[in-house]
Design a protein around this ligand. Structure first.
Ligand SMILES: Cc1cc2nc3c(=O)[nH]c(=O)nc-3n(C[C@H](O)[C@H](O)[C@H](O)COP(=O)(O)O)c2cc1C
Length: 212
């Protein structure tokens, strides 16, 4: 179907606000998401682009407390290793950071790239199979914004051993973990990234754009 859908200045201002107020959230209120809300947000993420229209995203929702405990241990090991890579003042700072919302988030979602999918017939992946993983990132970014539009916060956890996560979740070996996501209502909203608040890093003031 064709058409000429347009977006007006008011929408653009709202969209800008959505982008500015999206945060990586690690502190959640304990209340669960209302029934059906996660599905509604996931439904929106389907509109994300994907290489060859392969839609290689695979989601696993983790509710089982024993599996959650395994993921928590996985994070603790990976985080301790990451900490050992810093020294001095950086190490002190790293140790103080809150880098996961695992304990309070009502929803845990692991997102995998299915490298064995036949959907899309391999278009765009022959020389660059990593495009499937990039497609997952596109979906997650869409999910992040969709969630925020509904007042739901999301945090991306990557300090994990991905193969251990795959095994504990009993998913096929052709699935590769791209993200472990925590979702729920944020304790508070902020215009400033938590890493910036913590003095770890700052958002750049401008885009780096070269001209040739
Ligand atoms: C690929 C990716 C992996 C990330 N992994 C982590 C993580 O393991 N732990 C964490 O606290 N934040 C993680 N983040 C969130 C970033 O720290 C965050 O996006 C950045 O500090 C900017 O903050 P903002 O998202 O609130 O704007 C990740 C973000 C991306 C895009």
């Amino acid at each position: 179907m064709t058409g000429d859908q347009r977006f007006d200045a008011e929408f653009r201002e709202q969209f800008r606000n959505l982008l500015r107020w999206r945060r990586d959230v690690r502190r959640f209120k304990p209340e669960p998401l209302p029934s059906g809300l996660l599905e509604e947000i996931l439904e929106l993420s389907r509109f994300a682009p994907s290489v060859g229209l392969s839609e290689p995203w695979r989601y696993v929702r983790i509710s089982n407390p024993e599996i959650r405990a395994e993921i928590r241990k996985n994070f603790e090991r990976a985080n301790a290793q990451a900490l050992s890579g810093y020294s001095g003042e950086r190490a002190v700072r790293y140790a103080r950071l809150k880098l996961a919302g695992l304990d309070s988030a009502p929803v845990h979602l692991a997102v995998f790239a299915d490298h064995e999918t036949t959907k899309g017939s391999g278009l765009g992946c022959r020389t660059m199979p990593e495009m499937r993983e990039y497609s997952i990132v596109a979906a997650i970014t869409t999910l992040w914004l969709a969630a925020r539009a509904y007042g739901v916060g999301m945090g991306w956890l990557s300090i994990l051993d991905p193969e251990e996560v795959r095994v504990v979740l009993s998913v096929p070996s052709g699935w590769h973990l791209v993200a472990y996501l925590c979702l729920g209502f944020p304790e508070q909203d902020s215009l400033v990234p938590e890493l910036e608040e913590a003095g770890w890093e700052k958002r750049r003031a401008e885009i780096l754009l070269l001209e040739r």
